[in-house]
Write a protein that binds this ligand. Structure first.
Ligand code: GLU
Length: 393
């Protein structure tokens, strides 16, 4: 082998590519920086600023010299606030020891699969899936097994389809409600059916609930541990402050679940990142324990944007977009254009300077994901440019 060499990479990295959502977001930002009037619908990141009181908590944290190591699992005050938050929303009784604070929710998921999975294990991933689920599973040496959720079934996981793919090797299933990229919210009845399967086959449920606060009435968020409280010993919940409090760059997430798994995650984290940023932890504490009005305001603003975006997309010839009940993504069927989503998204970027994420990274070449966590002006202008693009086609 001559160095530097691709062949030196570990086998488990052979199928891992960088996150397409982050790559496209970076591309859109680079175009904007180069002076191009690009309209960015890529990253799932609220355009609103972090609330002022939360920013101030970060500043005060530095001024108070909270700039040293904290306990690996997070400061006790934040661990207590996380479980209080999780318990209040789900009527659970987790203890502060049953949570670990991580460097974002993605990192929480990474820790979860590092401690629960190994080569030979299979993990059921519902498609369309968030781009990083399969890679995080593979990085733990396990194999993602993809189960399709149908558009005409609201992109919801379906019991019989799941059962068909369960094997001796199945260790876990990932649920993500509301879903990135479809916005589908799993109702209590379906959760109960999934919980029954999990019980029958002794599966671990990894429930990614990062968008739990972004559910638009009349839909409401239900966690699988509410639908089936006796699944609590085989469920791990992940979440974070990124989306709810517009804190994506602060990198604070968490996992909450059975004590032995949390303890193992703390061990793993002690050998990798150590504690998440001390300053971000203070800010996250302020977010969770402070005035929650901004959360409702953001939800209301996003609901209006959702309606604008989805209505506008559905008016464009051939496009079809289900109304998402949660999160801030419009998952738009572009199959009628007769070419792959990757090709269409590249054309929209090139011809109209409209940046959205093609569905391939989420498991489908027939859809394009628009984040509507963008200003109303951006949404209106984006729809206008796409309409012009269609009229020239
Ligand atoms: N989760 C967000 C998204 O899907 C942020 C980027 C990422 O981590 O994938 O756009």
């Amino acid at each position: 082998m001559t160095f530097p060499s691709q062949a030196a990479l570990a086998d488990r990295l052979k199928h891992i590519e960088g996150s397409p959502t982050l790559a496209l977001a970076a591309k859109a930002k680079a175009l904007a920086k180069a002076g191009k009037p690009v309209l960015d619908f890529t990253a799932g990141e609220p355009d609103l600023p972090t609330p002022p009181s939360v920013k101030q908590a970060g500043i005060s944290s530095i001024e108070a010299d909270h700039t040293k190591y904290t306990p690996v699992a997070g400061i006790p005050e934040l661990r207590s606030a996380v479980v209080a938050h999780v318990n209040q929303l789900r009527q659970t009784v987790y203890q502060p020891s049953q949570t670990i604070v991580t460097c974002g929710t993605k990192h929480a998921l990474f820790n979860v699969f590092q401690v629960l999975c190994q080569p030979g294990d299979e993990v059921i991933v519902v498609s369309p899936y968030w781009v990083s689920f399969p890679s995080i599973v593979q990085l733990a040496g396990a194999t993602p097994v993809i189960v399709e959720a149908r558009e005409d079934d609201g992109f919801l996981p379906e019991g019989d389809a799941l059962r068909e793919r369960i094997s001796e090797a199945t260790k876990a299933i990932i649920l993500n409600s509301p879903s990135n990229p479809t916005g589908a919210v799993i109702d209590a009845q379906r959760l109960t059916a999934i919980a029954r399967l999990a019980k029958e086959y002794r599966l671990i449920v990894v429930s990614d609930e990062i968008y739990d606060q972004l559910v638009y009435p009349p839909a409401r968020h239900v966690s699988i541990v509410q639908a089936c409280p006796d699944l609590i010993d085989q469920t791990i919940i992940v979440g974070g402050v990124s989306k709810t409090y517009s804190m994506t760059g602060w990198r604070i997430g968490w996992a909450v679940g059975p004590q032995p798994w949390i303890d193992a995650m703390i061990n793993v984290q002690s050998h990798s990142t150590s504690n998440p940023s001390s300053i971000s932890q203070d800010a996250a504490l302020a977010a969770l324990t402070g005035d929650q009005r901004s959360v409702g305001e953001m939800r209301k603003a996003f609901q209006e944007r959702r309606d604008r975006m989805v209505d506008g997309l559905n008016r464009l010839a051939g496009l079809r977009c289900t109304v998402p009940a949660g999160a801030f993504y419009a998952w738009c069927n572009v199959a009628a254009l007769g070419q792959s989503a990757a090709v269409t998204a590249a054309q929209w970027l090139e011809d109209a300077l409209v940046a959205a994420v093609p569905g391939e990274g989420f498991g489908s070449s027939e859809f394009i994901r628009f984040s509507f966590a963008a200003s109303v002006q951006t949404i209106d202008e984006g729809l206008k440019r796409l309409s012009q693009w269609f009229s020239k086609r």
